[in-house]
Design a protein around this ligand. Sequence first.
Ligand code: GRF
Length: 193
Amino acid sequence: MEKLSGKKINTAVFISGRGSNLNSLIKHNKKKNSIFSIILVVSSNPNAKGIIYAKRSKIKTYISDFKNKNISEKKILKKMFNYEVKLICLAGFMKVLSKNFIKKFKNPILNIHPSLLPKYKGLNTHKRIIKNKEKYSGSTVHIVSSKLDSGKIILQQRIKISKFDNEKTLEKKILKLEHGLYFKAIKKFLISL
Ligand code: GRF
């Protein structure tokens, strides 16, 4: 990966649904001092609400349904090269990228996961956390490796779970936290290169 050279890092954000993290990254991106630039949004779902945020800000979008993972990944990789993407940020992207994709892309891929990794990898995090009566939860931004939710942690933020919290309230609190966390983590990561 090239070092920061005063030029904003070409970034693609991958989504599958609501896209609230994408929206917060786009908002941050509009600030002058942002060191990365979102130039492409890839969605695995043609009906993802998040696509609206990209369109509204005139960011190019690319839909890939992943019906054939191999073909979809090949096409996405081609896009990444054509757009000279140097960083991919997964934000609620519900597909697991293959080892081959990660290797061929060559540049870093980051992900945001709504738990204090390494605890609670995978899906239904909030549900499991509430069920286990955990006292704390949070969110983690990490580098994507070939193992699910397992790469090096870049930044993590913790919140206390109240006894009145349920799956929905916890999700809401964590989303709010994530909207402040993701861009900070990206910045920290890029500066460290
Ligand atoms: C976030 O909680 C993120 O941590 C997880 O999926 C959720 C995506 O939410 N990977 P949104 O689509 O960004 O609103």
